[in-house]
Design a protein around this ligand. Structure first.
Ligand code: Z15
Length: 800
């Protein structure tokens, strides 16, 4: 193995690793063994590990340059990468070397790992999916770059004050980020505002985008890709010395502050549009910097624009980066002087779009006024694209004015707004949903008109998760058992091999080992009685996900243990985890009520040893990796037709939790694979739910006719839980938009079946093993393989 420029590869022996660690401590950290703090030890270890990946990165870049391949570019406003240290130790083969080397500095691995702060640059599923796809792209040796924003403040830290969610800033890089490589030379300039003059757009404000990157190593291969994150800086030395000297300190730095605000904070609002100009500015900032970077990279090895689509596919992760479509048109037409039709044909062959929602309110739109003020040329381009689109619609469907109105990129009423999803569908060659059911619903509802016009554009790519992070790293004990059961660890790169565990479900000795590993994971989580069923609901708080349904079940169990012990069932610990958007008051009320119910149950000696509700604050990737291996029951109970896919459902099933769920999102596919007998199905399906919603739905009829449901709601209304949460009960009784009361009885009865199944631990373990054995499909490696064959058509480039 030889590196360019005569550099020798870094050593792989314990001595070499330790020597490099000391060298980094002295020369890069600038300190000594005697005075090293834990933070010094952490950062030095990070550098030592990073160096080993950087070496592979250099060789990857050289191989990519050599082969001038087709590139996959992933544009996403969010990445939830999770903690980096353990993953990078594993992927660089240094997991065993680190503890001994750290010892010479006088620190334990645990102490040092605790300092590894996860970059929380995302909200939930969409951001974590982006991270899993990058992991799989590198593992499959696909030349790829992820583009995003380097927010100073990531997703807020959640604390509870008297049971209420309070948000604290997540200053994740306060101590610096040892994993990050700044690349200041590759800065880009981004314009905003201004006017359209005779020479074209004259921006009124210009900011710099400064990139840095994190390494994205593949597992079991040499490839190391990158994710490139942009940070906004003032365009030039914008410090006003005259004002400063006059004592106007704030005014002196005003311009710089305004520029840098663009990458200040991740919007913590999952799935609904904040409607804020700064968010639109963020979106354009990401898009503009990234496209110029993509063009710069294209030009290394290519000269002819006609080759651009063959060398480039740009995947839009939801509509947040959709301005990339008019931005590339602007670059090609205004700057590169291509003809409009020529440019449009290149654009249309370059972009693809993933939709992640079914909620109408989550489809982004921007006020025409705001967009036109911030980006006047882009609005003009959007109008031109719209003209051509509507001409095509009129010629295909003559006289169908309503269809024209529906498909227009511009919504007219009640306010003129640009429909970003329509623009994304119009400017791309492929549009995908994220689970079979979701993709079907997209073409039959959300995008039905577009599917009628361009049926071939629509496809499905079911989500997946990284087996490295969510099985191997999260659950080392079970991973070792899986490897011994299968006789090899090849499953980590080919998760379909898990099917080889199926015969072992009938082996009592293996079942015993399986239970032992799962018990260890529960003990490590440390939430009390490891014999109790751990029933988990971990996800963002949203009414459609129905944490309130789970809570009604908890209250019902509590009532039973007081009044009706023979119906209680089995000891359970119910665990909730998740954040609510700070301005989503209904979701925050549910959080507060859960904490109040938890406190009431905790204070009641009758519940001791039978029922416990725990709600650890600040659910994030770090916490997910601890909870998932310990979970027995996975709650996937959204109203059917609302959850696009879900990915927590996959992580839990892969680790041997059984699912109780509706026929929603990827639950459908999980059930198909693990088998109906190993999945607890309940509730209305999508057509039944839609029909009930469309009819004269009256939640009170369920309240009137079901004693246990009435008792649960009455308890809330009567103030039994510290007088908290009445508004939750009122909202359910008066409106119940997500049919919680309609599904309550089916859910509670199914939970009784769950409890009965739990009593037969041999049978439960069998089902658990079969869940893992049959969930190999849900690897993000398979997801990337599907994107490759259906959309991206890119080939691996392996390092020799
Ligand atoms: C988000 O996390 C998801 C959808 C959105 O529209 C936004 Cl803005 C954020 C989630 C879906 O709710 C979830 O069902 C899906 O599994 C995930 O994206 C990844 O596709």
């Amino acid at each position: 193995m030889d590196l360019r420029n005569g550099l020798r590869p870094l050593g792989t022996t314990p001595d070499e690793f330790q020597r490099d660690l000391l060298s980094n401590l002295y020369y890069r950290r600038g300190t000594t063994v005697e005075s090293a703090s834990a933070q010094d030890a952490y950062e030095t270890l990070a550098l030592t590990v990073r160096d080993r990946l950087a070496e592979r990165r250099a060789r990857t870049a050289a191989a990519h340059y050599e082969s001038n391949p087709r590139w996959v570019y992933y544009l996403s406003a969010e990445y939830l990468l999770g903690p980096q240290l353990e993953q990078n130790l594993l992927y660089s083969g240094t997991t065993e070397l680190a503890p001994a080397a750290l010892k010479t500095l006088g620190f334990s691995p645990e102490e040092v790992a605790a300092l590894d702060v996860e970059p929380g640059l995302g909200n939930g599923g969409l951001g974590r999916l982006a991270a899993c796809l990058l992991d799989s792209l590198a593992t499959l040796d696909i030349p790829a770059v992820g583009y995003g924003i380097r927010y100073d403040l990531g997703i807020f830290k959640q604390e509870f004050d008297n049971g209420e969610q309070v948000e604290r800033p997540d200053d994740w890089a306060f101590q610096g980020d040892p994993w990050e490589f700044p690349a200041p030379d590759d800065w880009q300039m981004v314009g905003f505002y201004g006017f359209l003059g005779p020479e074209g757009w004259v921006p009124g404000e210009v900011v710099h985008g400064e990139p840095s990157h994190l390494l994205i190593p593949g597992y079991g291969t040499e490839t190391v890709n990158i994710v490139r994150l942009w940070r906004a800086r003032a365009a030039r030395a914008s410090f006003d010395l005259r004002r400063f000297s006059a004592g106007q300190y704030a005014e002196a730095v005003e311009e710089a502050v305004r520029a840098e605000n663009i990458s200040k904070v991740l919007y913590p609002d999952d799935s609904t549009d904040m409607g804020r100009e700064l968010r639109l500015k963020q979106q354009y900032f990401l898009v503009s910097c990234s496209l110029r970077d993509i063009v710069r990279r294209f030009r290394f090895r290519n000269a002819d624009w006609d080759d651009f689509p063959a060398k480039t596919v740009i995947q839009l992760n939801d509509t947040h980066p959709t301005l990339a479509i008019p931005e590339l048109m602007r670059l090609l037409v205004d700057e590169e002087k291509l003809e409009w039709e020529h440019a449009w044909s290149l654009v249309r062959r370059t972009f693809a779009y993933t939709c992640h929602t079914l909620l109408p309110e989550a489809l982004e739109t921007w006020p025409v006024d705001m967009l036109g003020r911030l980006l006047p040329r882009h609005l003009e381009i959007i109008y031109l694209i719209n003209e051509a689109l509507l001409a095509e619609v009129r010629s295909r469907f003559p006289g169908d004015l309503d269809r024209v109105r529906r498909m227009s990129l511009i919504q007219e009423e009640p306010q003129r707004r640009v429909r970003m999803a329509n623009l994304a569908v119009t400017g791309t060659f492929a549009v995908n949903g994220v689970a079979e059911l979701h993709s079907q619903l997209l073409t039959s509802t959300t995008f039905a008109d577009f599917a009628a016009l361009w049926p071939d554009r629509f496809t499905n790519v079911t989500n997946g998760v990284s087996p490295r992070r969510f099985v191997r790293l999260a659950n080392p004990g079970l991973s070792t058992l899986i490897t011994s059961g299968l006789g090899s660890d090849a499953w980590l790169r080919d998760l379909s091999l898990l099917s080889g565990l199926a015969p072992l479900a009938d082996d009592p000795a293996f079942r015993e080992q399986w239970r032992t590993e799962r018990r260890h994971a529960k003990e490590a989580l440390g939430l009390g009685d490891p014999g109790a069923m751990l029933d988990v609901m971990i996800k963002r708080f949203h009414e459609y996900k129905r944490q309130q349904l789970k809570l009604l079940h908890v209250i019902t169990l509590y009532h039973r243990l007081r009044d009706n012990p023979e119906r209680f069932g089995v000891p359970r610990t119910v665990l909730f985890g998740g954040k609510a958007a700070p301005a989503y008051y209904a979701a925050k009320s549910i959080i507060r009520l859960i904490n109040a119910v938890a406190a009431a149950i905790e204070a009641d000696p009758k519940a001791y040893g039978l029922l416990r509700v725990v709600f650890p604050p600040n659910y994030n990737v770090t916490l997910a990796e601890k909870i998932i291996p310990a979970a027995d029951l996975s709650e996937q109970i959204s109203m059917a037709g609302k959850e696009a896919s879900g990915t927590g459902n996959m992580k839990l099933a892969l680790n041997g939790a059984l699912t109780i769920g509706t026929l929603d999102g990827a639950n459908v596919e999980i059930r198909d694979r693990v088998g109906a007998g190993n999945f607890f199905l309940f509730g209305l399906d999508t057509p039944a739910a839609a029909a009930l919603r469309a009819s004269d739905y009256r939640p009170r009829t369920y309240y009137d006719s079901d004693d246990e449901l009435r008792a649960a709601l009455d308890a809330i209304l009567s103030g039994a839980f510290g007088g908290v949460g009445q508004e939750v009960a009122h909202s359910l009784l008066d409106r119940d938009e997500y049919l919680t009361l309609a599904d309550y009885r089916s859910y509670v009865d199914k939970q009784d079946e769950v409890a009965a199944a739990w009593e037969d631990q041999e049978h439960w373990t069998r089902m658990s093993i079969l869940n893992t054995a049959n969930s190999g499909f849900f690897s993000a490696d398979r997801t990337v393989a599907d994107y490759l064959s259906r959309i991206w058509h890119a080939s691996p480039v392996r390092l020799s």
